[in-house]
Design a protein around this ligand. Structure first.
Ligand code: NAD
Length: 497
Protein backbone atom coordinates (compact mmCIF):
# COMPACT_ATOMS: atom_id res chain seq x y z
CA UNK A 1 0.00 0.00 0.00
CA UNK A 2 1.48 3.37 -0.97
CA UNK A 3 1.87 6.16 1.52
CA UNK A 4 1.92 9.83 0.58
CA UNK A 5 5.66 10.26 0.86
CA UNK A 6 7.58 7.20 1.82
CA UNK A 7 10.74 9.26 2.38
CA UNK A 8 9.26 11.20 5.23
CA UNK A 9 7.70 9.65 8.26
CA UNK A 10 6.04 12.95 9.10
CA UNK A 11 4.02 12.97 5.91
CA UNK A 12 2.74 9.46 6.48
CA UNK A 13 -0.87 9.25 7.41
CA UNK A 14 -0.45 7.73 10.71
CA UNK A 15 -3.36 6.14 12.43
CA UNK A 16 -7.03 5.48 12.71
CA UNK A 17 -9.61 5.68 15.43
CA UNK A 18 -11.73 2.81 16.60
CA UNK A 19 -15.48 3.00 16.03
CA UNK A 20 -15.91 3.88 19.69
CA UNK A 21 -13.65 6.87 19.11
CA UNK A 22 -11.05 5.51 21.55
CA UNK A 23 -7.50 6.70 21.04
CA UNK A 24 -6.24 3.61 19.32
CA UNK A 25 -3.31 3.75 16.92
CA UNK A 26 -3.92 0.89 14.51
CA UNK A 27 -2.01 1.13 11.25
CA UNK A 28 -0.51 3.76 9.05
CA UNK A 29 -3.28 4.93 6.80
CA UNK A 30 -2.78 6.21 3.28
CA UNK A 31 -4.55 9.41 2.29
CA UNK A 32 -7.13 7.36 0.39
CA UNK A 33 -7.76 5.14 3.40
CA UNK A 34 -8.25 8.24 5.52
CA UNK A 35 -10.88 9.62 3.16
CA UNK A 36 -12.63 6.23 3.16
CA UNK A 37 -12.38 6.13 6.94
CA UNK A 38 -14.11 9.54 7.18
CA UNK A 39 -16.76 8.30 4.77
CA UNK A 40 -17.40 5.15 6.85
CA UNK A 41 -17.57 7.15 10.08
CA UNK A 42 -20.24 9.42 8.57
CA UNK A 43 -22.09 6.58 6.79
CA UNK A 44 -22.62 4.91 10.19
CA UNK A 45 -24.93 7.84 11.04
CA UNK A 46 -27.15 7.17 8.00
CA UNK A 47 -29.56 4.36 7.22
CA UNK A 48 -28.72 3.94 3.52
CA UNK A 49 -28.24 0.43 2.16
CA UNK A 50 -24.76 -1.09 2.04
CA UNK A 51 -24.89 -1.44 -1.76
CA UNK A 52 -25.68 2.22 -2.24
CA UNK A 53 -22.99 3.31 0.22
CA UNK A 54 -20.45 1.06 -1.55
CA UNK A 55 -21.34 2.64 -4.89
CA UNK A 56 -20.86 6.16 -3.49
CA UNK A 57 -17.55 5.25 -1.83
CA UNK A 58 -15.68 3.53 -4.69
CA UNK A 59 -13.64 5.31 -7.34
CA UNK A 60 -15.31 4.62 -10.68
CA UNK A 61 -12.22 4.82 -12.88
CA UNK A 62 -8.57 5.77 -12.97
CA UNK A 63 -6.19 6.30 -15.85
CA UNK A 64 -2.42 5.93 -15.42
CA UNK A 65 0.02 6.72 -18.16
CA UNK A 66 3.67 7.57 -18.71
CA UNK A 67 4.97 9.70 -21.54
CA UNK A 68 8.25 11.26 -22.64
CA UNK A 69 8.94 14.98 -22.38
CA UNK A 70 11.72 16.49 -24.42
CA UNK A 71 13.97 18.57 -22.15
CA UNK A 72 15.41 21.86 -23.40
CA UNK A 73 18.86 20.25 -23.69
CA UNK A 74 17.48 17.58 -26.04
CA UNK A 75 17.30 14.88 -23.33
CA UNK A 76 14.16 12.87 -22.63
CA UNK A 77 12.38 12.58 -19.28
CA UNK A 78 9.56 10.09 -18.75
CA UNK A 79 6.72 11.55 -16.69
CA UNK A 80 4.01 9.66 -14.77
CA UNK A 81 0.50 11.06 -15.18
CA UNK A 82 -2.88 10.21 -13.65
CA UNK A 83 -6.57 11.07 -13.82
CA UNK A 84 -9.17 9.63 -11.45
CA UNK A 85 -12.93 9.94 -11.96
CA UNK A 86 -14.45 9.08 -8.62
CA UNK A 87 -18.16 9.44 -9.29
CA UNK A 88 -20.32 9.83 -12.39
CA UNK A 89 -23.58 10.31 -10.49
CA UNK A 90 -23.53 13.81 -12.00
CA UNK A 91 -21.71 14.88 -15.15
CA UNK A 92 -19.28 16.31 -15.92
CA UNK A 93 -16.73 15.10 -13.43
CA UNK A 94 -14.76 18.00 -12.00
CA UNK A 95 -11.42 18.37 -10.26
CA UNK A 96 -8.03 20.00 -10.37
CA UNK A 97 -4.69 18.99 -11.85
CA UNK A 98 -1.72 18.81 -9.51
CA UNK A 99 1.98 18.99 -10.40
CA UNK A 100 4.02 17.60 -7.52
CA UNK A 101 6.37 14.75 -6.68
CA UNK A 102 3.82 13.40 -4.19
CA UNK A 103 1.33 12.65 -7.00
CA UNK A 104 0.43 8.96 -7.34
CA UNK A 105 -2.63 6.89 -8.16
CA UNK A 106 -3.91 6.70 -4.60
CA UNK A 107 -3.45 10.42 -4.03
CA UNK A 108 -5.53 11.37 -7.08
CA UNK A 109 -8.17 8.81 -6.07
CA UNK A 110 -8.36 10.33 -2.58
CA UNK A 111 -8.55 13.85 -3.95
CA UNK A 112 -11.17 12.82 -6.54
CA UNK A 113 -13.31 11.33 -3.77
CA UNK A 114 -13.03 14.55 -1.77
CA UNK A 115 -14.19 16.43 -4.90
CA UNK A 116 -17.32 14.26 -5.15
CA UNK A 117 -18.25 15.00 -1.54
CA UNK A 118 -17.25 18.67 -1.80
CA UNK A 119 -19.43 19.26 -4.87
CA UNK A 120 -22.39 17.63 -3.10
CA UNK A 121 -21.90 19.70 0.06
CA UNK A 122 -22.02 23.00 -1.86
CA UNK A 123 -24.69 21.82 -4.34
CA UNK A 124 -22.45 22.00 -7.39
CA UNK A 125 -23.90 19.46 -9.86
CA UNK A 126 -20.69 17.61 -10.73
CA UNK A 127 -19.06 14.29 -9.94
CA UNK A 128 -15.56 14.32 -8.49
CA UNK A 129 -12.30 13.94 -10.37
CA UNK A 130 -8.62 14.74 -9.94
CA UNK A 131 -5.46 14.46 -11.98
CA UNK A 132 -1.79 15.08 -11.74
CA UNK A 133 1.70 14.79 -13.08
CA UNK A 134 4.46 13.45 -10.87
CA UNK A 135 6.94 16.26 -11.44
CA UNK A 136 8.76 18.85 -9.39
CA UNK A 137 7.96 21.89 -11.44
CA UNK A 138 10.92 23.81 -10.07
CA UNK A 139 13.13 21.37 -12.02
CA UNK A 140 11.37 22.08 -15.33
CA UNK A 141 11.55 25.17 -17.56
CA UNK A 142 8.45 27.08 -18.67
CA UNK A 143 8.67 25.49 -22.13
CA UNK A 144 9.06 21.99 -20.66
CA UNK A 145 6.01 22.47 -18.42
CA UNK A 146 4.06 23.61 -21.47
CA UNK A 147 5.09 20.50 -23.43
CA UNK A 148 4.15 18.24 -20.48
CA UNK A 149 0.75 19.95 -20.09
CA UNK A 150 -0.08 19.67 -23.78
CA UNK A 151 0.93 16.00 -23.90
CA UNK A 152 -1.16 15.27 -20.78
CA UNK A 153 -4.16 16.96 -22.43
CA UNK A 154 -3.61 14.88 -25.56
CA UNK A 155 -3.66 11.70 -23.43
CA UNK A 156 -6.87 12.78 -21.64
CA UNK A 157 -8.56 13.68 -24.94
CA UNK A 158 -7.58 10.31 -26.44
CA UNK A 159 -9.24 8.55 -23.49
CA UNK A 160 -12.32 10.80 -23.51
CA UNK A 161 -11.37 12.00 -20.03
CA UNK A 162 -11.73 15.69 -20.81
CA UNK A 163 -14.62 17.65 -22.33
CA UNK A 164 -17.35 20.10 -21.26
CA UNK A 165 -19.85 17.32 -20.50
CA UNK A 166 -17.37 14.63 -19.50
CA UNK A 167 -14.53 15.74 -17.25
CA UNK A 168 -13.48 19.34 -16.61
CA UNK A 169 -10.08 19.94 -14.96
CA UNK A 170 -9.04 23.07 -13.04
CA UNK A 171 -5.93 24.36 -11.23
CA UNK A 172 -4.60 22.68 -8.11
CA UNK A 173 -1.22 22.53 -6.35
CA UNK A 174 1.51 23.53 -8.81
CA UNK A 175 -0.79 24.63 -11.65
CA UNK A 176 -2.60 27.88 -12.49
CA UNK A 177 -4.31 29.89 -15.22
CA UNK A 178 -1.48 29.45 -17.73
CA UNK A 179 -1.63 25.64 -17.65
CA UNK A 180 -5.43 25.87 -18.07
CA UNK A 181 -4.93 27.99 -21.21
CA UNK A 182 -2.58 25.36 -22.68
CA UNK A 183 -5.13 22.66 -21.86
CA UNK A 184 -7.90 24.63 -23.59
CA UNK A 185 -5.77 25.34 -26.65
CA UNK A 186 -4.71 21.69 -27.01
CA UNK A 187 -8.25 20.38 -26.49
CA UNK A 188 -9.56 22.94 -28.97
CA UNK A 189 -7.12 21.97 -31.68
CA UNK A 190 -7.73 18.24 -31.17
CA UNK A 191 -11.52 18.54 -31.35
CA UNK A 192 -11.93 21.34 -33.91
CA UNK A 193 -12.89 18.88 -36.67
CA UNK A 194 -16.10 18.19 -34.74
CA UNK A 195 -18.11 21.44 -34.58
CA UNK A 196 -20.71 20.04 -32.16
CA UNK A 197 -17.93 19.20 -29.66
CA UNK A 198 -16.13 22.40 -30.33
CA UNK A 199 -18.93 24.93 -29.83
CA UNK A 200 -18.63 24.60 -26.05
CA UNK A 201 -14.91 23.83 -26.00
CA UNK A 202 -14.22 26.78 -23.67
CA UNK A 203 -16.00 24.80 -20.94
CA UNK A 204 -13.50 21.90 -21.12
CA UNK A 205 -11.41 23.42 -18.34
CA UNK A 206 -11.90 26.11 -15.68
CA UNK A 207 -9.56 28.50 -13.90
CA UNK A 208 -8.65 30.13 -17.24
CA UNK A 209 -7.57 33.77 -17.58
CA UNK A 210 -10.56 36.10 -18.12
CA UNK A 211 -9.50 36.83 -21.72
CA UNK A 212 -9.57 33.07 -22.46
CA UNK A 213 -13.09 32.46 -21.13
CA UNK A 214 -12.30 32.62 -17.42
CA UNK A 215 -14.65 34.24 -14.95
CA UNK A 216 -13.77 37.22 -12.79
CA UNK A 217 -13.08 36.12 -9.22
CA UNK A 218 -11.93 32.53 -9.97
CA UNK A 219 -8.26 33.12 -9.06
CA UNK A 220 -9.06 34.21 -5.52
CA UNK A 221 -12.23 32.07 -5.20
CA UNK A 222 -10.83 29.33 -2.94
CA UNK A 223 -9.26 31.91 -0.61
CA UNK A 224 -12.42 34.03 -0.59
CA UNK A 225 -14.53 30.94 0.12
CA UNK A 226 -12.22 30.14 3.04
CA UNK A 227 -12.83 33.63 4.40
CA UNK A 228 -16.62 33.29 4.05
CA UNK A 229 -16.50 29.85 5.71
CA UNK A 230 -14.39 31.08 8.64
CA UNK A 231 -16.56 34.17 9.03
CA UNK A 232 -19.70 32.06 9.18
CA UNK A 233 -18.17 29.61 11.67
CA UNK A 234 -17.05 32.54 13.84
CA UNK A 235 -20.48 34.18 13.75
CA UNK A 236 -22.14 31.72 16.19
CA UNK A 237 -21.81 33.09 19.72
CA UNK A 238 -22.19 29.75 21.51
CA UNK A 239 -19.58 28.05 19.30
CA UNK A 240 -17.13 30.88 19.93
CA UNK A 241 -17.88 30.91 23.66
CA UNK A 242 -16.98 27.20 23.80
CA UNK A 243 -13.58 28.13 22.33
CA UNK A 244 -13.22 31.12 24.66
CA UNK A 245 -13.25 33.46 21.67
CA UNK A 246 -15.32 36.52 20.78
CA UNK A 247 -17.67 36.16 17.79
CA UNK A 248 -16.45 37.62 14.48
CA UNK A 249 -13.28 37.51 12.43
CA UNK A 250 -12.00 40.98 13.32
CA UNK A 251 -9.03 40.97 15.67
CA UNK A 252 -8.46 37.22 15.50
CA UNK A 253 -4.83 36.22 14.93
CA UNK A 254 -4.02 33.70 12.21
CA UNK A 255 -1.18 31.68 10.69
CA UNK A 256 -1.10 30.44 7.09
CA UNK A 257 1.08 27.59 5.80
CA UNK A 258 1.71 27.92 2.04
CA UNK A 259 1.46 31.27 0.28
CA UNK A 260 0.32 29.92 -3.07
CA UNK A 261 -3.04 30.50 -4.68
CA UNK A 262 -5.15 29.30 -1.76
CA UNK A 263 -3.01 30.51 1.15
CA UNK A 264 -2.17 33.92 -0.26
CA UNK A 265 -5.74 34.91 -1.11
CA UNK A 266 -7.16 33.49 2.12
CA UNK A 267 -4.56 35.51 4.08
CA UNK A 268 -5.10 38.70 2.10
CA UNK A 269 -8.90 38.57 2.43
CA UNK A 270 -8.82 37.66 6.14
CA UNK A 271 -6.44 40.57 6.75
CA UNK A 272 -8.64 42.91 4.67
CA UNK A 273 -11.50 42.06 7.05
CA UNK A 274 -9.59 42.84 10.23
CA UNK A 275 -7.99 39.51 11.17
CA UNK A 276 -4.31 39.77 12.12
CA UNK A 277 -1.71 37.56 10.40
CA UNK A 278 1.04 36.53 12.84
CA UNK A 279 2.80 33.72 10.98
CA UNK A 280 3.50 32.44 7.47
CA UNK A 281 5.26 29.32 6.23
CA UNK A 282 6.67 28.67 2.79
CA UNK A 283 8.74 25.80 1.49
CA UNK A 284 12.08 27.34 2.62
CA UNK A 285 11.05 28.27 6.18
CA UNK A 286 8.59 30.23 8.29
CA UNK A 287 8.24 33.54 10.09
CA UNK A 288 6.25 34.47 13.19
CA UNK A 289 5.54 37.82 14.81
CA UNK A 290 2.82 38.05 17.49
CA UNK A 291 2.60 41.83 16.82
CA UNK A 292 1.29 41.18 13.32
CA UNK A 293 2.57 40.90 9.74
CA UNK A 294 1.39 42.20 6.39
CA UNK A 295 0.76 39.55 3.76
CA UNK A 296 1.41 41.72 0.68
CA UNK A 297 4.66 42.97 2.22
CA UNK A 298 5.75 39.45 3.16
CA UNK A 299 5.13 38.21 -0.39
CA UNK A 300 7.08 41.09 -1.93
CA UNK A 301 9.91 40.48 0.58
CA UNK A 302 9.94 36.81 -0.54
CA UNK A 303 10.03 37.81 -4.21
CA UNK A 304 12.94 40.19 -3.66
CA UNK A 305 14.97 37.87 -1.40
CA UNK A 306 13.98 34.47 -2.78
CA UNK A 307 13.02 33.55 0.78
CA UNK A 308 10.39 34.34 3.34
CA UNK A 309 13.09 34.37 6.04
CA UNK A 310 14.59 37.62 7.30
CA UNK A 311 11.37 39.65 7.20
CA UNK A 312 11.41 42.63 9.61
CA UNK A 313 11.58 41.69 13.29
CA UNK A 314 9.78 38.38 12.81
CA UNK A 315 11.18 35.21 14.36
CA UNK A 316 12.63 32.85 11.73
CA UNK A 317 12.16 29.07 11.53
CA UNK A 318 14.18 27.04 9.07
CA UNK A 319 11.69 24.19 9.43
CA UNK A 320 8.40 25.56 8.02
CA UNK A 321 6.39 23.10 10.12
CA UNK A 322 7.46 24.98 13.29
CA UNK A 323 4.94 27.71 12.52
CA UNK A 324 2.06 25.25 12.84
CA UNK A 325 2.57 25.05 16.60
CA UNK A 326 2.83 28.77 17.34
CA UNK A 327 0.21 30.71 19.31
CA UNK A 328 -2.75 31.98 17.22
CA UNK A 329 -6.57 31.86 17.07
CA UNK A 330 -6.88 30.41 13.54
CA UNK A 331 -4.44 28.10 11.76
CA UNK A 332 -4.88 27.78 7.98
CA UNK A 333 -2.78 24.94 6.52
CA UNK A 334 -2.89 25.69 2.76
CA UNK A 335 -0.03 23.68 1.23
CA UNK A 336 -0.39 19.90 1.06
CA UNK A 337 -1.95 16.94 2.87
CA UNK A 338 -0.66 15.19 5.98
CA UNK A 339 1.15 18.15 7.57
CA UNK A 340 -0.48 17.83 11.00
CA UNK A 341 0.09 14.34 12.36
CA UNK A 342 -0.16 12.59 15.71
CA UNK A 343 3.40 13.86 16.39
CA UNK A 344 2.75 17.61 16.15
CA UNK A 345 -1.04 17.75 16.76
CA UNK A 346 -0.68 17.84 20.58
CA UNK A 347 1.44 21.01 20.21
CA UNK A 348 -0.96 22.86 17.89
CA UNK A 349 -2.28 25.81 19.90
CA UNK A 350 -4.81 27.30 17.48
CA UNK A 351 -8.43 27.15 18.60
CA UNK A 352 -9.71 26.96 15.04
CA UNK A 353 -8.00 24.85 12.37
CA UNK A 354 -9.33 25.99 9.00
CA UNK A 355 -8.32 23.43 6.37
CA UNK A 356 -7.38 25.38 3.23
CA UNK A 357 -5.45 22.46 1.72
CA UNK A 358 -6.99 19.07 1.05
CA UNK A 359 -6.30 16.61 3.86
CA UNK A 360 -3.82 18.60 5.97
CA UNK A 361 -4.80 16.68 9.15
CA UNK A 362 -4.25 12.94 9.46
CA UNK A 363 -7.04 10.95 11.10
CA UNK A 364 -5.08 10.78 14.35
CA UNK A 365 -4.34 14.51 14.32
CA UNK A 366 -7.99 15.26 13.66
CA UNK A 367 -9.01 13.17 16.66
CA UNK A 368 -6.38 14.72 18.95
CA UNK A 369 -7.42 18.25 17.98
CA UNK A 370 -11.13 17.54 18.35
CA UNK A 371 -10.55 15.91 21.74
CA UNK A 372 -8.74 19.06 22.86
CA UNK A 373 -11.98 20.93 22.12
CA UNK A 374 -10.64 22.94 19.19
CA UNK A 375 -12.78 23.45 16.09
CA UNK A 376 -11.73 21.91 12.76
CA UNK A 377 -13.45 23.50 9.76
CA UNK A 378 -13.04 20.67 7.24
CA UNK A 379 -11.45 20.96 3.78
CA UNK A 380 -14.38 19.22 2.13
CA UNK A 381 -16.48 22.27 2.94
CA UNK A 382 -13.98 25.07 3.49
CA UNK A 383 -11.99 25.00 0.26
CA UNK A 384 -15.08 24.44 -1.94
CA UNK A 385 -15.01 28.08 -3.12
CA UNK A 386 -12.74 27.05 -6.00
CA UNK A 387 -15.09 24.48 -7.46
CA UNK A 388 -18.09 26.73 -6.79
CA UNK A 389 -16.67 29.53 -8.93
CA UNK A 390 -15.39 26.96 -11.46
CA UNK A 391 -19.05 25.96 -11.79
CA UNK A 392 -19.92 29.61 -12.49
CA UNK A 393 -17.14 29.74 -15.10
CA UNK A 394 -18.46 26.56 -16.75
CA UNK A 395 -21.97 28.06 -16.84
CA UNK A 396 -20.59 31.28 -18.36
CA UNK A 397 -18.76 29.27 -21.05
CA UNK A 398 -21.84 27.25 -21.95
CA UNK A 399 -24.08 30.32 -22.07
CA UNK A 400 -21.47 32.26 -24.06
CA UNK A 401 -22.25 35.45 -22.18
CA UNK A 402 -20.60 37.34 -19.32
CA UNK A 403 -22.56 37.39 -16.05
CA UNK A 404 -24.33 40.71 -15.63
CA UNK A 405 -24.20 41.63 -19.32
CA UNK A 406 -27.98 41.37 -19.74
CA UNK A 407 -28.98 42.64 -16.31
CA UNK A 408 -26.51 45.26 -15.04
CA UNK A 409 -27.93 48.31 -16.86
CA UNK A 410 -31.52 47.17 -16.33
CA UNK A 411 -30.93 46.85 -12.57
CA UNK A 412 -29.16 50.21 -12.46
CA UNK A 413 -32.05 51.97 -14.23
CA UNK A 414 -34.65 50.27 -12.00
CA UNK A 415 -32.82 51.21 -8.77
CA UNK A 416 -32.41 54.77 -10.01
CA UNK A 417 -36.12 55.05 -10.84
CA UNK A 418 -36.92 53.81 -7.34
CA UNK A 419 -34.64 56.42 -5.76
CA UNK A 420 -36.16 59.20 -7.90
CA UNK A 421 -39.61 58.06 -6.71
CA UNK A 422 -38.41 58.33 -3.08
CA UNK A 423 -37.15 61.85 -3.87
CA UNK A 424 -40.56 62.80 -5.33
CA UNK A 425 -42.41 61.50 -2.24
CA UNK A 426 -40.04 63.01 0.37
CA UNK A 427 -39.17 66.20 -1.52
CA UNK A 428 -35.49 65.57 -0.55
CA UNK A 429 -32.68 65.07 -3.08
CA UNK A 430 -30.09 62.28 -2.81
CA UNK A 431 -26.46 63.20 -3.28
CA UNK A 432 -25.53 62.15 -6.88
CA UNK A 433 -22.65 60.04 -5.46
CA UNK A 434 -25.13 58.12 -3.30
CA UNK A 435 -27.33 57.40 -6.33
CA UNK A 436 -24.31 56.12 -8.30
CA UNK A 437 -23.29 53.86 -5.43
CA UNK A 438 -26.69 52.52 -4.38
CA UNK A 439 -28.16 52.17 -7.85
CA UNK A 440 -25.21 50.35 -9.44
CA UNK A 441 -26.25 47.07 -11.06
CA UNK A 442 -24.33 43.87 -10.32
CA UNK A 443 -21.09 43.39 -12.29
CA UNK A 444 -19.67 39.93 -12.98
CA UNK A 445 -17.38 40.26 -9.96
CA UNK A 446 -20.32 41.26 -7.71
CA UNK A 447 -22.44 38.37 -8.93
CA UNK A 448 -19.67 35.78 -8.59
CA UNK A 449 -18.77 36.97 -5.08
CA UNK A 450 -22.36 37.05 -3.88
CA UNK A 451 -23.02 33.60 -5.39
CA UNK A 452 -19.97 32.28 -3.57
CA UNK A 453 -20.94 33.96 -0.30
CA UNK A 454 -24.45 32.52 -0.45
CA UNK A 455 -23.06 29.05 -1.23
CA UNK A 456 -20.58 29.01 1.66
CA UNK A 457 -23.06 30.39 4.19
CA UNK A 458 -25.81 27.97 3.13
CA UNK A 459 -23.52 24.92 3.19
CA UNK A 460 -22.07 25.78 6.60
CA UNK A 461 -25.52 26.17 8.13
CA UNK A 462 -26.58 22.78 6.76
CA UNK A 463 -23.47 21.13 8.18
CA UNK A 464 -23.92 22.83 11.56
CA UNK A 465 -27.49 21.55 11.82
CA UNK A 466 -26.26 18.00 11.09
CA UNK A 467 -23.48 18.41 13.66
CA UNK A 468 -26.11 19.17 16.32
CA UNK A 469 -28.54 16.49 15.14
CA UNK A 470 -25.98 13.66 15.14
CA UNK A 471 -23.73 15.02 17.91
CA UNK A 472 -20.64 14.72 15.71
CA UNK A 473 -17.76 16.96 14.63
CA UNK A 474 -18.04 19.28 11.62
CA UNK A 475 -16.13 16.93 9.31
CA UNK A 476 -18.43 14.00 10.01
CA UNK A 477 -21.42 16.31 9.58
CA UNK A 478 -20.06 17.49 6.22
CA UNK A 479 -19.67 13.88 5.02
CA UNK A 480 -23.20 13.04 6.21
CA UNK A 481 -24.47 16.00 4.18
CA UNK A 482 -22.59 14.75 1.09
CA UNK A 483 -23.74 11.14 1.47
CA UNK A 484 -27.39 12.16 1.87
CA UNK A 485 -27.31 14.40 -1.20
CA UNK A 486 -25.57 11.83 -3.43
CA UNK A 487 -28.01 9.19 -2.21
CA UNK A 488 -30.89 11.41 -3.29
CA UNK A 489 -29.35 11.70 -6.77
CA UNK A 490 -29.04 7.93 -7.14
CA UNK A 491 -32.58 7.37 -5.86
CA UNK A 492 -33.96 9.98 -8.27
CA UNK A 493 -32.22 8.15 -11.12
CA UNK A 494 -34.16 5.07 -10.10
CA UNK A 495 -30.95 3.05 -9.82
CA UNK A 496 -31.30 2.28 -6.13
CA UNK A 497 -34.47 1.75 -4.13
P1 NAD B 1 -0.06 26.37 -5.03
O1 NAD B 1 0.90 25.55 -5.77
O2 NAD B 1 -0.57 27.62 -5.66
O3 NAD B 1 0.54 26.80 -3.59
C1 NAD B 1 1.03 25.93 -2.64
C2 NAD B 1 2.13 26.66 -1.86
O4 NAD B 1 2.54 25.87 -0.75
C3 NAD B 1 3.38 26.92 -2.71
O5 NAD B 1 3.70 28.30 -2.65
C4 NAD B 1 4.43 26.03 -2.08
O6 NAD B 1 5.75 26.58 -2.17
C5 NAD B 1 3.96 25.98 -0.63
N1 NAD B 1 4.47 24.84 0.13
C6 NAD B 1 4.72 23.58 -0.30
N2 NAD B 1 5.18 22.82 0.71
C7 NAD B 1 5.20 23.61 1.81
C8 NAD B 1 5.57 23.41 3.17
N3 NAD B 1 6.01 22.24 3.59
N4 NAD B 1 5.45 24.44 4.04
C9 NAD B 1 5.01 25.64 3.61
N5 NAD B 1 4.65 25.90 2.33
C10 NAD B 1 4.75 24.91 1.45
O7 NAD B 1 -1.25 25.38 -4.64
P2 NAD B 1 -2.74 25.78 -4.26
O8 NAD B 1 -3.55 25.78 -5.49
O9 NAD B 1 -2.72 26.98 -3.39
O10 NAD B 1 -3.19 24.47 -3.45
C11 NAD B 1 -2.84 24.30 -2.07
C12 NAD B 1 -3.77 23.27 -1.45
O11 NAD B 1 -5.13 23.70 -1.60
C13 NAD B 1 -3.71 21.87 -2.08
O12 NAD B 1 -3.98 20.92 -1.07
C14 NAD B 1 -4.87 21.89 -3.05
O13 NAD B 1 -5.35 20.59 -3.35
C15 NAD B 1 -5.89 22.69 -2.27
N6 NAD B 1 -6.93 23.33 -3.07
C16 NAD B 1 -6.63 24.17 -4.09
C17 NAD B 1 -7.66 24.79 -4.80
C18 NAD B 1 -7.40 25.81 -5.89
O14 NAD B 1 -8.38 26.41 -6.37
N7 NAD B 1 -6.17 26.05 -6.30
C19 NAD B 1 -9.00 24.52 -4.48
C20 NAD B 1 -9.28 23.65 -3.41
C21 NAD B 1 -8.23 23.07 -2.72
Amino acid sequence: MQVIDSESDKSRHDSTASESGAAEEVTQETFLEQVEHMFDKAAAHTSHSKGLLDQIRVCNSTYNTQFPIERDDGGIEVVKAYRAEHSHHKLPVKGGIRYAMSVNEEEVMALAALMTYKCAIVDVPFGGGKGGLMIDRREFSHAEIQRATRRYTFELTRKNMIGPGVDVPAPDYGTGAEEMTWILDTYNSLTSNNPSNNLDALACVTGKPVGQGGVRGRTEATGRGIYFGIREACSFEDDMEALDLEPGVEGKTFIVQGLGNVGYHAAAILQEHGAVPVGFAEIEGAIYDPDGLDVVDVVSHREQNDSILGYGDAENFEDPAEVLIQECDILVPAALEGVITKENAPDVKAKIIAEGANGPLTTAADRIINERGAMVIPDVFLNAGGVTVSYFEWLRNLSHVRFGRMSKRFEQNSFERMMRAVEDVTGEKFDPGVIDEVAAGGSETDLVESGLEETMIGAYREIRVLRERHDVDLRTAAFISAINKITTSYKEMGIFP
